[in-house]
Design a protein around this ligand. Structure first.
Ligand code: ACO
Length: 309
């Protein structure tokens, strides 16, 4: 009908405007946003584990303080994102439940182990670097609360990326053993980082619709290419190599590269990556151990409202 939800929604999307929580929106748009934002929030929270693993073993007090701050930032990102998802009419406790019972996903990348200190550098440089390439366009996403949350998240991610790069830079210019450790970390994190962008466009279920709705602004393959183009030069400055013998600069100015193993990506997404079980178990234990805090906070809030507990 004229002036109905579809008219308003269609007009806002066509004009590159923002859809806000109280605006009418197609149910499928709302559902797809909940899926993506919740998955994104879960990734931030699960993503605290691989790096958290190194907080107690960081090589100096300064490194420890930086890493601690970084992991706390990830918690903050998760909280912004759960809040953004809640504006769509879901409860974060339900989202948590869906994460824990496997109905919702989180990024494949956090199912790989952090074997050495250099992995903290490689995660900052490559994983947070890939996250920035993927998330900067989300600042222009059509859903207002998600777009606005992304602005601060991207600023913090860019600090994270630099701290990772600096860790690798120090190692690359250190002893031969340190340099080898940095190279080994890059060798292990390169392809999983490329896989973070999702399946190739031809196999991407949601891309076409999400781009039409202006949730996504670029396809998975476009962003993956952008990341490769950016990263090759940074590796040269580090004096370390990317583990792809077929990297070639094309006449179009883009680097040709070897695709990640997408069968491996799907295996990891389905729950069979190297650390999936450990990550979810840890998350479940944290959720259960925190029950008393949630109960106490609820009781305190009720008391302050003047209600009987
Ligand atoms: N890890 C886990 N699942 C993935 C991944 C991945 N790397 N890539 C794709 N998938 C899933 C999709 O969620 C989708 O499954 P679903 O239908 O159950 O949700 C399926 O594989 C097919 O993929 P697409 O159709 O291409 O999915 P989509 O259009 O949502 O694109 C992408 C995937 C690019 C990850 C998108 O959702 C996105 O941009 N999300 C926001 C960013 C984000 O979540 N980043 C988290 C890691 S960054 C960090 O936390 C530091």
């Amino acid at each position: 009908t004229e002036g109905g939800a579809d008219d308003y929604f269609g007009a806002v999307i066509a004009a590159d405007g923002k859809i806000e929580p109280r605006d009418e929106m197609p149910e499928a748009y709302r559902k797809s946003l909940i899926r993506q934002i919740a998955q994104h929030a879960h990734s931030e929270i699960i993503g605290m584990q691989p790096e958290g693993n190194w907080i107690s073993r960081a090589p100096s007090l300064k490194r420890k303080a930086i890493l601690l701050a970084k992991v706390q930032d990830e918690a903050g990102h998760g909280l912004y994102l759960y809040a953004a998802a809640e504006t769509l009419g879901v409860d974060r406790a339900d989202l948590y439940e869906m994460l824990l019972d496997g109905r919702q996903k989180y990024s494949s990348i956090f199912n790989y182990p952090t074997l050495t200190w250099a992995d903290v550098g490689a995660i900052g440089w490559l994983v947070d670097g890939a996250a920035i390439v993927n998330q900067v366009p989300l600042c222009r996403c059509s859903y207002g609360p998600y777009a606005r949350a992304m602005i601060r998240v991207c600023k913090e991610e860019s600090f994270h990326q630099r701290q990772g790069y600096e860790i690798l830079h120090v190692l690359a210019n250190g002893s031969p053993e340190q340099k080898a450790m940095a190279q080994d970390a890059i060798d292990r994190w390169w392809y999983p980082s490329l896989a973070m962008f999702g399946p190739p466009d031809t196999d991407s279920t949601h891309s076409a619709q999400s781009m039409a709705w202006k949730i996504k602004r670029f396809s998975n393959d476009e962003l993956r290419q952008k990341f490769v183009d950016m990263t090759v030069q940074q590796a040269e400055v580090l004096g370390l190599s990317l583990p792809d013998p077929d990297l070639r600069l094309g006449e179009d100015g883009h680097w040709a590269y070897t695709q990640p193993d997408y069968d491996e990506l799907f295996t990891v997404i389905k729950g069979d990556g190297p650390c999936n079980r450990q990550r979810i178990e840890h998350r479940r234990a944290a959720w259960e151990d925190g029950a008393w805090v949630r109960e106490a906070a609820t009781a305190y809030a009720k008391k302050r409202e003047g209600a009987t507990v």
